[in-house]
Design a protein around this ligand. Structure first.
Ligand SMILES: Cc1cc2nc3c(=O)[nH]c(=O)nc-3n(C[C@H](O)[C@H](O)[C@H](O)COP(=O)(O)OP(=O)(O)OC[C@H]3O[C@@H](n4cnc5c(N)ncnc54)[C@H](O)[C@@H]3O)c2cc1C
Ligand code: SF4
Length: 413
């Protein structure tokens, strides 16, 4: 690995106007990092990456690099682009192992972070590094959100989450696992207990149902539920996966690793939402995709479809009358997720969109003063790096809010 990335770093042209960097949602200073790596400034480079994006090492594994950094590298126009993400992986992984923080001057103000996915972790890191006392409330037993309970471990090693837990502890962040806010405790109680601000990074965990007959049958499951603990499911030998987005690709690949012999994904259209790379991997692993299949119902023996008709440009123009039945021991629905409504139902003044996503202003503050939000719960199911980008704005917003409040309190005295 080390030799490969050294060679890779030597190929970088150190562009003055780096297209790779411009295509990164968090503007990672790519040529600068590559230069520091070549100049043996590994820990310094790691620090810059971490300060810019606390999820840097995670992003090096799971970002859509084709659409971002490497897809825009100038060298890709004539040959192969620089694989910056491999260099980033090495630097950020090493940094996470060896990092030491100097203790920040304490502000004496507590902030509650609800949810420990990429958005929650990013906010917790920034606030703790700025001297705030942070407590994370996490519904599940382990931190990481979709990194732990969604993305399969063969794409993102779980050992990373152990490193993140240790890093947060090192920063003095307190974690309350198995604690749902909007259940026995709510946001109002957090403020009553003295938290100066609250951050909501609760993601989207409610599987979207198809509204068709058969979704409650015992042989039918939701993709997102399956991925959170695949070992507890007995799916049989042949399964049908409804959908062909990234979640469907992960479901298929995980199922093939858990004893399922035949996996077929069914897509309504001919253009699919998943990244090209994910589709290729799923095919290599042995999954099939059938296009032009509109699910209409599911039986105990598998799903039923209408066959779509397309024009010459692959636009869907209608369906055949006939219904086609496909045998499957289990059917898994992987048709995206929406937010749960616990916080909306239990927080006075908190407004959601018609999809239940939280409404925020440009500083990521919700309609309740002092309550900020970012990540999937704001923009719907997206990516780790987009959650980080917004979480950074939210962390700045929280600090500004707390500073303004302090000034107001001092003026009143
Ligand atoms: C199968 C799958 C594969 C994916 N693959 C990729 C990929 O390859 N690359 C990529 O960039 N993105 C990928 N994503 C998307 C990415 O994981 C998310 O965009 C990202 O995790 C969103 O971060 P978040 O912090 O907003 O929310 P989440 O990661 O969803 O974290 C939310 C956290 O809040 C907790 N929580 C929820 N409600 C409460 C409550 N009321 N009280 C306390 N805690 C609560 C949850 O338990 C969870 O830990 C994938 C998603 C899925 C489902
Ligand atoms: S575009 Fe490619 S060659 Fe240019 S700085 Fe970025 S990684 Fe290096």
């Amino acid at each position: 690995m080390a030799i490969f990335i050294i060679e890779e770093s030597k190929r970088c042209l150190q562009c003055r106007d780096p297209q790779c960097q411009k295509a990164c949602p968090v503007m990672t200073p790519i040529p600068k990092i590559i230069k520091m790596f070549k100049d043996n400034e590994l820990m310094e480079a790691g620090e810059i990456l971490f300060e810019n994006n606390p999820m840097s090492v995670v992003c090096s594994h799971v970002c859509n690099h084709e659409a971002q950094c490497s897809g825009h590298c100038i060298l890709g126009k004539t040959g192969s682009p620089v694989r910056f993400f491999d260099i980033e992986k090495y630097i950020s992984d090493t940094y996470l192992d060896r990092m030491r923080f100097t203790e920040a001057e304490k502000k004496g103000v507590s902030v509650a972070v609800i949810g420990s996915g990429p958005a929650g972790i990013t906010v917790a890191v920034i606030l703790a590094r700025n001297g705030y006392d942070v407590t994370i409330f996490e519904r599940r037993s382990m931190i990481g959100g979709m990194l732990t309970y969604g993305i399969p471990d063969f794409r993102l090693p779980r050992s990373l989450l152990t490193k993140y837990t240790r890093m947060l502890e090192g920063l003095g962040v307190k974690i309350r696992p198995n604690t749902t806010i909007g259940g026995a405790l709510n946001i109002e109680r957090l403020f009553k207990d003295g938290y100066g601000a609250v951050f909501v990074g609760t993601g989207v965990w409610r599987p979207k149902t198809l509204g068709i007959r058969g979704e409650t049958l015992p042989n039918v499951h939701f993709g997102i539920s399956y991925l959170s603990k695949p070992g507890v499911y007995d799916l049989g030998k042949e399964i049908a996966v409804i959908g062909a987005g990234n979640v469907a690709m992960d479901v298929s690949r995980v199922a093939l690793r858990h004893g399922v012999e035949r996996v077929t994904m069914y897509a309504r259209g001919k253009r699919i939402a998943a990244n090209a790379e994910e589709v290729e991997y799923a095919r290599i692993d042995g999954a099939d995709i059938e296009f032009g299949m509109q699910i209409v119902s599911i039986d105990k023996d598998g799903p039923n479809f209408k066959i779509a008709r397309f024009d010459e440009e692959d636009n869907l123009i209608g369906y055949e009358d006939e219904i086609v039945h496909v045998h499957a021991d289990s059917t898994i629905i992987a048709a995206s997720q929406g937010p749960k409504d616990k916080l909306l139902l239990t927080t006075e003044g908190l407004e959601g969109s018609d999809k239940g996503l939280l409404v925020v202003n440009e500083k990521m503050m919700t309609t309740v003063p002092g309550v900020f939000a970012a990540g999937d719960v704001v923009h719907g199911s997206k990516t780790v790096v987009h959650a980080v980008k917004e979480a950074k704005i939210a962390a700045e917003g929280i600090m500004e809010y707390l500073e303004n409040r302090k000034t107001e309190e001092n003026t009143e005295e």
